[in-house]
Design a protein around this ligand. Structure first.
Ligand SMILES: Cc1cc2nc3c(=O)[nH]c(=O)nc-3n(C[C@H](O)[C@H](O)[C@H](O)COP(=O)(O)OP(=O)(O)OC[C@H]3O[C@@H](n4cnc5c(N)ncnc54)[C@H](O)[C@@H]3O)c2cc1C
Length: 546
């Protein structure tokens, strides 16, 4: 749905709320939402816990942090001028570059003047009589707003492991998503990394060569595939710039907004030789080709999934010299692509180094963190530094950290106890005028593409409210039940829904997150957008508007 960008419309004259809209979070979602709402002539304030813009790319400064989406498919698409001005230096840019890019965006669109940094929102309460939200900050600041938009990130609430003694360690310790702004000296140090998800993999492969000794504590190995990153030469740069419309059109058409799209053939519709050659080809290609561009049935058909898993297992055995270590690095409890596939650059080769050791904590569990290091069931390790690559309380975690209360004082956390319930992943019954960006039940995939769509949709809804003189927008409970049931139905038959992961709401480090839920929309992005467009085209008549 295109949002018209003509004459600004001002919502609600004073006296009234302090702001027409408050946005929580200044990552890619919040930044773009601010830009769009300003075009409506609205009084907007963004509250951001950090000291700068960029969200994910502001916080995740750990060594080797980079995205797995192709750079040119990840950046914003809304401004031709920005696309012209910015040059990605690599096919998969590192964190410093992405952060620099987002700072440029903030400067170019003069976003900072409406963003209040160092401002963590702790409570948001709906007030029915006046139809506004009361927003409270950690420092006690209080503000009133007509519309409240959460842009708090699907992966932004870090979790530490629930191990005794985490506060006891005498050396340096960092969570990867809270990596210091200052340079951290790793040279010659005895370093532990706990966690081997996408972040752990990037950290391990990057620091293995510079630390004195590295001990990796692994609970669940993941199926990793080569990233095949490279610099963008001037000729390719030109080509990218001239094909931006084509790149973004392609992202609009694919299942998950990546430039890759599944092969229409089934795994066993080709000969054994063809299949092997196709897997080889994908393994040699950059990015998520091997996940998003594989045979159409690898994540739904057990035999097909076993075939690609067997192929990647053979690669791991070829690349890791010590057979015992190789076997430990091969996942046993899930198939390829049923959890987020970490992309790597010589990750497996890191384990061929003399200074790198792998500890399987399913065999020798960590008993506690000690003042000097880590004690497992059979060894007392000493370290100078512990790096927690233990990830996030995903999707709902950042919601749980805010006291969100809707009509009749109902708490969102209570409402979502058995799993999120939403309409389109954007609205919730009982929580009027609250809109979520990249919350549960929305299409994620190559996330900036979904961000731009959702922000435009939310902007369209607010514009409609403003033009029609409406001050209350709410999803009906029937719409919420129907969308939630639809999202659950979409997950049936997906092998990924039979696996414990952040995508199924499991986090052993967070109390109460040991039961699988459907937190994620697993249908196609085009289908998601078609449904949202339909709601907008019928002038939002499925919502309660007043
Ligand atoms: C290491 C890493 C790599 C990734 N790689 C990719 C990739 O390759 N491709 C891809 O598509 N996606 C990737 N992602 C997902 C990434 O999160 C999204 O691409 C995107 O950055 C999300 O933007 P956002 O603005 O919605 O959320 P975020 O970037 O998480 O921003 C949320 C902001 O809200 C703020 N906030 C949260 N709660 C509060 C509060 N209560 N008060 C005030 N402020 C608050 C946070 O401080 C943060 O700045 C990656 C994520 C991580 C962690």
């Amino acid at each position: 749905m295109a949002v018209s960008r003509e004459a600004p419309t001002t919502i609600d004259a004073a006296p009234g709320p302090d702001f027409d809209a408050i946005v929580i979070g200044a990552g890619m979602s919040g930044m773009y939402q601010l830009h769009r709402l300003r075009e409506l002539g609205m009084r907007v304030r963004v509250f951001e816990a950090g000291t700068g813009v960029g969200g994910t790319w502001y916080w995740n400064r750990y060594p080797g942090a980079r995205f797995d989406s192709e750079s040119y498919s990840y950046g914003y698409s809304f401004s031709k001028e920005l696309l012209e001005e910015w040059n990605w230096s690599e096919h998969f840019a590192g964190q410093p570059e992405t952060q620099a890019y987002l700072n440029l965006v903030a400067d170019k669109f003069d976003l900072r003047r409406d963003i209040q940094f160092r401002s963590r929102v702790t409570a948001v309460h709906w007030e029915e009589e006046t139809r506004h939200w009361n927003v409270t900050l950690q420092d006690g600041g209080r503000f009133r707003t007509r519309f409240l938009i959460t842009a708090i990130g699907p992966l932004s609430a870090p979790t530490l492991p629930r191990i005794e003694g985490v506060d006891m360690f005498g050396g340096q310790s960092f969570h990867t998503a809270r990596w210091p702004h200052e340079t951290v000296d790793l040279a010659g140090k005895r370093v532990a990394v706990i966690g081997t998800g996408a972040t752990g993999v990037q950290t391990i492969q990057t620091i293995a060569g510079s630390v004195g000794h590295l001990t990796v504590f692994q609970r669940t190995p993941n199926w990793c595939a080569p990233l095949h990153n490279s610099k963008i030469d001037p000729e390719t740069q030109k080509q990218i710039k001239s094909s931006y419309p084509e790149i973004f059109r392609r992202c609009q058409e694919t299942f998950a907004c990546f430039i890759h799209t599944p092969d229409p053939r089934g795994t066993f519709e080709v000969s054994d030789e063809e299949r092997e050659a196709f897997f080889e080809k994908l393994y040699a290609e950059p990015g998520f080709a091997i996940w998003q561009g594989n045979f159409r049935d690898i994540v739904i058909d057990r035999k097909a999934n076993a075939a690609i898993s067997d192929f990647v297992a053979r690669k791991i055995r070829q690349r890791v010299k010590d057979p015992e270590v190789a076997e430990k690095l091969i996942p046993r409890n899930h198939g390829f692509g049923t959890r987020r596939v970490p992309l790597e650059t010589r990750y497996y080769e890191a384990y061929n180094r003399d200074n790198v050791e792998l500890v399987d904590i399913t065999e020798t569990p960590i008993e506690r963190i000690t003042p000097k290091g880590i004690k497992t069931s059979n060894h007392d390790y000493e370290f100078d530094m512990i790096i927690y690559a233990t990830g996030f309380d995903a999707i709902t975690g950042s919601f749980d950290q805010i006291d969100i209360r809707g009509t009749h004082g109902v708490r969102l956390k209570q409402k979502w106890k058995g799993g999120p319930q939403t309409f389109l992943g954007v609205l919730i019954d009982g929580f009027p005028n609250l809109m979520m960006l990249m919350g549960p039940h929305t299409a994620l995939g190559n996330i900036p593409r979904s961000i731009e769509y959702n922000v435009d949709w939310v902007t369209g809804l607010i514009r409609h409210a403003s033009e029609a003189g409406l001050t209350r927008v709410e999803a009906t409970s029937a719409a919420v039940t129907s969308w939630t049931d639809h999202v659950k139905a979409l997950g049936v038959g997906l092998l990924s829904n039979e696996v414990n992961s952040w995508m199924t709401g499991i986090n052993s480090n967070v109390e109460g997150k040991q039961t699988r839920i459907v937190a994620r929309y697993s249908g196609s992005a085009p289908a998601y957008r078609a449904r949202c467009d339909e709601v907008a085209s019928r002038r939002y008549d499925e919502l309660e508007l007043a």
